[in-house]
Design a protein around this ligand. Sequence first.
Ligand SMILES: Nc1ncnc2c1ncn2[C@@H]1O[C@H](COP(=O)(O)OP(=O)(O)OP(=O)(O)O)[C@@H](O)[C@H]1O
Ligand SMILES: [Mg+2]
Length: 246
Amino acid sequence: MTELRIIDLSASVNGKKILNGVNLHIKGGEIHALMGPNGAGKSTLGNVLIGHPNYVIEGGSITLDGKEFVDKTPEERARAGLFLAFQSPIAIPGVKISSFLRTAYKQLHPEDKTTVTQFYDRVKKELKKVGLDESFLSRSVNDGFSGGERKRLEILQMVILRPKIIILDEIDSGLDVDALNLVATEIMDYFNGEVGFLMITHYQRILKNIDPNFVHVLVNGRIAKEGNKELAVQIEERGYDWIRSE
Ligand SMILES: Nc1ncnc2c1ncn2[C@@H]1O[C@H](COP(=O)(O)OP(=O)(O)OP(=O)(O)O)[C@@H](O)[C@H]1O
Ligand SMILES: [Mg+2]
């Protein structure tokens, strides 16, 4: 059973401490929502988890299925099954989406015997579902994409790669209503019961369609409050000040 354990995690960027002892425990099949004011450290947490080189871990531990991640490279973490859909996905000029997906898939599932043709058939099917046409396959990753197209490509990656733990950083901002419903459907139907989700979001809108098991609120680099779906509703109504002052 997949299990991501984040224990007393502290991290800094450019010498500035951003995370101050974060504790989170995500099991396969669970959906966790992470909320919190701008600048609280939510994206930092995602970046620290995938091993972004700008972020320095000051203390604590991250384990996936019992294996310590802190000293692992981003590639090793991805291969172990951790996936982050970025808040602002980056462009990789010169790398075609088709080869990017195939390489990433082979790294993640080296034992898989799917032929190239079978693989691309699957990619084309999913591409259609996320609302992108086949011409995208021969374009470079995110190069010249619209904001929503970048996000749709992140969803495609998530569906094709089938990681164990998926972190979605504001996948709901910048998506149109159809794409938003698609994400919700994919998460509830396709992954439910298998994959552990950490959904970073500002709005409870996406949580109406996706039933989170837990809602965590990050304030000043620390989990300041935890609850269920109801907490997200309260935040929408009352903002964050009441949590800050608790
Ligand atoms: N590379 C960096 N250099 C300097 N400061 C950084 C860097 N990355 C993050 N920070 C700072 O860390 C703090 C937390 O940023 P982070 O992006 O994690 O916030 P967030 O909770 O995701 O906010 P938002 O809701 O606006 O996306 C911010 O004050 C930000 O300016
Ligand atoms: Mg952010």
